[in-house]
Design a protein around this ligand. Structure first.
Ligand code: UDP
Ligand code: MG
Length: 316
């Protein structure tokens, strides 16, 4: 029987966890899998840890890790992925905003339809402050224009994936992790399920505007180096302005008009700015190479090989 690991990052979720545990256990009973919970307590300040201890005492399928302080959801997710032992690995929020019954559809997608991963996207942003939705949309538009891999708007971290895809994600060694991009960067066949937004079962959202902004900016920085091109664009803008002034000066002189010292000096200044920015652009090209090298992502990832086929693990 295959093992299914459910990874749950928890930050101050004392009210949600017992409910989550009950609902998910009930739901997964319908699947022919052995269940394993991997709760990651992300330095909670409420009774999350005692609640987890209690659960772990009563049920040996429950495993938990507790961080020494709050390291953030990305860190919790990574820890969970490292700890999970399942052949199938699922990531869920503790607040039941991720509908547990979708686990059944996800399982079918992987085991019957041959997908490597089944993810979820919200089709609406009801119950969310309008400003937050607007910024979220802007974020997705920006990042998708700049990054090479597609980051699906409204995609949740809620998903189920195969062991091979999980290992692929773990093989990305970067410290600064932005999972939405990692999930998409590793490739593999992903199916998207859609569902309507739900309210939290209890407690409050852990995100405020500042945290979200930091998350978004960090995501863009990590996913793409195209911001570095700003140097080049600015350089050309200055070059254009420089040419404009040179032409204007020549025309004025030809017409016998008075050309002020400022009008002669400005194109010189613009040219210097152009030269400096161009130099900066050259440097940034090397920084880009260093960034890619230091990030140390694998050059390629294998989805299937003849060895898998012979071992009976080939996928459709
Ligand atoms: N979370 C976490 N560490 C944090 C913030 C959040 O582990 O620093 C967990 C949280 O307990 C929850 C999940 O990440 O299980 C999603 O958080 P939340 O529901 O607050 O986000 P939202 O659904 O509002 O986007
Ligand atoms: Mg939530």
């Amino acid at each position: 029987m295959k093992k299914l690991s459910v990874i749950v990052p928890c930050y101050n979720e004392e009210e949600c966890i017992p409910l989550f545990y009950k609902t998910v256990s009930e739901t997964v009973k319908q699947l022919p899998v052995e269940l394993e919970f991997v709760f990651v307590d992300d330095g909670s300040r409420d009774r999350t840890l005692p609640v987890l201890r209690e659960l772990a005492r009563g049920d040996e399928r429950v495993r938990y890790l507790s961080f020494s302080r709050n390291f953030g959801k990305e860190a919790a997710l990574f820890a969970g992925l490292q700890a999970a032992k399942g052949d199938l690995v699922s990531v869920m929020d503790a607040d039941l905003q991720d509908p547990p019954e979708l686990l059944l559809t996800m399982y079918k997608g992987i085991e019957e339809e041959g997908y490597d991963c089944v993810g979820c996207r919200r089709t609406d942003r009801k119950n969310e402050p309008k400003v937050r939705s607007a910024f979220a949309r802007l974020f997705y538009r920006l990042i998708n224009r700049m990054a090479d891999t597609e980051i699906v708007d409204g995609a949740r971290d809620f998903r189920m994936m195969t062991r091979r895809m999980t290992d692929a994600i773990l093989s990305l060694p970067e410290r600064d992790r932005f999972s939405k991009e990692l999930f998409s960067w590793v490739g593999f066949k992903t199916k998207w399920l859609e569902y309507e937004n739900r309210e939290r079962a209890a407690g409050k959202t852990k995100w405020n505007f500042k945290k979200l902004t930091r998350y978004a900016v960090g995501g863009i920085e990590g996913a793409t180096t195209s911001l570095l091109k700003v140097n080049l664009w600015m350089a050309f803008l200055f070059l254009l302005a420089c040419f404009g002034f040179v032409v204007a000066d020549i025309v004025l002189a030809a017409l016998g008009e008075y050309v002020s010292a400022l009008f002669i000096l400005l194109p010189v200044l613009f040219f210097i700015a152009f030269a400096l920015l161009l130099g900066l652009f050259v440097v940034s090209e090397y920084i880009k190479k260093i960034f890619v090298q230091v990030r140390g992502r694998p050059v390629y990832l294998v989805r299937e090989s003849a060895e898998d086929l012979r071992a009976g693990e080939g996928r459709q």
